[in-house]
Structures are given as C-alpha cells and as structure tokens.
Design a protein around this ligand. Structure first.
Ligand SMILES: Nc1ncnc2c1ncn2[C@@H]1O[C@H](COP(=O)(O)OP(=O)(O)OP(=O)(O)O)[C@@H](O)[C@H]1O
Ligand SMILES: [Mg+2]
Length: 361
C-alpha cells in the first residue's frame, strides 16, 4: 500500500496520470474501476447519474468527470435541488424574462445558460419539483428551453451530471419522479459503494485527510497509531468518507501537540459517541481469505485478537473491566491477553475455540 501523499507525489511526477486522479483518493478495486469509467465517459456529452449513500463522494465523482472532460476550461455549475424553494427552482435553472413574475425587475439567465459549453451538476435530483422535471426532460432531449415569461427558445450545449442519495427507482414507483426523466438521466449509472464495503481505502483516505488538515493548520505531518487504524477499519461509517474526514479533523484537534493520533482521539467522550459501535462482521463474509498459499493461522488469530482487544480498550477509554465486558470475556482473560501482546515473542492462542470459525474461510 502507498500513502495518499506518496500517491499524490507519484502522480504529480508521472505525466501520464491525469490531474483529476489526485482528488479521487482510493486504491480499492471499486475506485480503480470507477477511474477507468470516468476516463472513458468524460470526453463524451453523455448524461451521468451518480447514486450512493450520503458522503460516498458523488460530488467528487461529478467534479472528476468534469475535470477529465474537454469542458474543464470552464467551471462546473453545481445546483443543489433540495436547497431551492419550489417557487424559485425553474427561474434558478432556466432564468426569467423581465416582469415574468412579481419581483422580476430584470431579466436573468439561469444555471443552464451559465453552464453553456460546460457541465451542470444537479445534486439531490430526487427533490426536483414535477414542473421543473418536465422542463429538464426537454433540455435533455433537445438541449433547448425558454426562460420563464419568454417565448424565445434558448439553445445550450450542456453536459448533465445528476446525483441522488435516494433510490430514484423507488421514487418513480411512488410517482414522485417522472419515469421518462429517470431513463433520460440514467444513461450512464454510477453507483458508489459505501465505505464499509471498500475498507481498503480507509488507510489512504485517513492519511490524505490528516496531512491535508496538518498542512491547513501549518503543522508538521502527523500519523495514526496501529491501534487507532485497527479501530477505524472496524467501524461501520454510516456517513461514509465525509464522516471519516470529520473524524480525522476531530482527532487532529484532540491530539494537541502529539505527532501520533490514538484510538481515544477518535472516540467522542460522552453520550453521543459517534464512533463507538464496533462492527460485527456478517458470518458469511470471511475476514480473511485462505488462498492457494495458505495463511499463518496462529498469526492471523493473534492479530485479530489484538485488534479486538485494542478496539475494546479504545471504546472503553482504557477501562479494562469495561473492555472485557464489551468482548464478553473475563477481565482476567483480557489482562492475560494484554500481557501476551506486550511480549512480542509470545504466541497467542484463541480466546475461545468456537470463535475461530468466525474469521476463517
Ligand atoms: N474518493 C475520495 N477521495 C477524496 N475525498 C473524498 C472521496 N470521496 C469523498 N471525499 C470527500 O468526502 C466528502 C463528501 O464527499 P461528497 O460531498 O462528494 O459526498 P456526497 O456523496 O455528494 O454526499 P451527500 O450525498 O451527502 O451530498 C467531501 O469532503 C469529499 O471531498
Ligand atoms: Mg453531495
């Protein structure tokens, strides 16, 4: 694995790597595949619909597509459909003529005209009111529209990228979203999988956000302890990459002058512990895959136990009795484990025989 900084600097020196790759951090197969798709579709005007849970990087992907396209000399125009009051959506998107409605003292161009020869990013498209949905459908079909209160037809050359974190097919079924518009938008569907399903991206993202925060604060680079990394790798991350970014900023602040961030820095003290839930892997999904070369069973078991103990101690703020409770083991067992972990020469034997099946393929 290479770190985000190494990745960035390798990319800076490697002239074959496009600049947009620098802000799409990740080394999982999903991110590699995504980069390949972006490269293929970016030069075309083809419409893209990006879906995925909140914080998975839908806007990052839209910006990457725009940056990789021939339209990148002009800025991408981003519109958040949720943030616009229903009465203003149409005028915001398509503009209006002078006197079109009360308060329209001057004519005004809309976002589609602003995005001429560039890209428009329609975020939270599922919240677009139905009248505006009809008008958008026509722009996608014909690249034309009329400003509100005007009969003059405006023609634009705009690439549309839309995003949604709600299931638009459900919205179509519930008649909240036009089916014909959905198919017009869904020409190239890109679905971003949650961070918990591409955990291998966590170390790189973590390092990227940490070094970015250090640079922003004008401080020397910091690092994350192994035990903190274990802890972070085991979280569910319902808020995905954005939640990880915020967790890094919080931990950075709590670390003070220390150069190494610990697991405690990532746990919020008090009732609203945002990262206190330890992931329990689904029994059918192996944590470790036994390939043709086999694995060192005792080492894997030992590493896994060490990770669980470290996480429990991090969640309990170092309280050993509470950590033992969290793991449903006796405090004396926990102490014995900790003692063994402190001695690098010791081999660890599984806590209970029946726990072995949970993480071996
Ligand atoms: N692959 C990535 N590399 C670097 N930063 C990322 C990546 N994915 C997401 N981020 C960062 O995470 C944060 C959330 O990303 P973004 O706003 O694109 O998510 P989103 O899917 O649009 O979320 P929402 O549905 O809540 O609008 C941003 O600060 C973004 O820079
Ligand atoms: Mg977004």
């Amino acid at each position: 694995m290479i770190t985000a900084l190494e990745q960035s600097s390798t990319q800076t020196h490697d002239k074959t790597v496009a600049p947009w790759r620098r802000f799409l951090i990740g080394e999982s197969p999903a991110i590699y595949q995504l980069s390949e798709i972006i490269e293929l579709i970016a030069p075309k005007r083809i419409t893209v619909l990006v879906s995925g849970e909140t914080g998975t990087g839908k806007e990052v992907v839209a910006r990457a597509i725009h940056a990789a396209s021939t339209r990148s000399a002009l800025p991408m125009v981003a519109v958040n459909c949720t943030a616009l009051p229903a009465s203003l959506v149409e005028s915001e998107l398509f503009g209006h003529a002078k006197g079109a409605f009360t308060g329209a003292h001057m004519s005004r161009i809309g976002r589609f005209e602003q995005a001429h020869r560039s890209t428009i990013f329609l975020d939270e498209i599922g919240d677009l009111p139905s009248e505006a949905q009809g008008k958008l459908l026509r722009v996608l079909q014909e690249q034309t529209f009329e400003r509100i209160g005007s009969s003059e037809t405006v023609r634009v050359d705009v690439r549309v990228i839309a995003a949604s974190n709600i299931d638009l097919e459900n919205a179509v079924r519930d008649r909240r979203f036009r089916e014909d518009l959905f198919y017009r938008l869904n020409v190239v569907p890109i679905h971003l999988i949650p961070l918990r399903e591409r955990r291998e991206d966590i170390p790189l993202l973590l390092d990227y956000f940490l070094q970015k925060t250090c640079a922003f604060e004008g401080l020397p680079p910091k690092q994350v302890s192994d035990e903190a990394l274990d802890f972070l790798m085991a979280q569910e991350w319902p808020g995905n990459v954005r939640q990880l970014e915020h967790a890094v900023q919080m931990a950075f602040a709590l670390s003070g002058d220390r150069l190494t961030l610990t697991a405690q820095d990532f746990t919020v003290r008090g009732r609203h512990a945002s990262l206190a839930s330890v992931n329990v892997p689904a029994p059918h999904r192996p944590l470790v895959t036994v390939g043709r070369d086999g694995i060192d069973f005792d080492q894997v078991v030992s590493d896994f136990e060490r990770s669980l103990v470290n996480q429990a101690l991090a969640v309990s703020g170092g309280n050993k009795a509470r950590a033992a409770d969290l793991l449903r083991i006796k405090r004396t067992t926990l102490l014995a484990k900790m003692k063994v972990f402190e001695d690098p020469k010791s081999q660890v034997i599984s806590i209970r025989e029946n726990e072995r099946a949970a993480f071996c393929a």
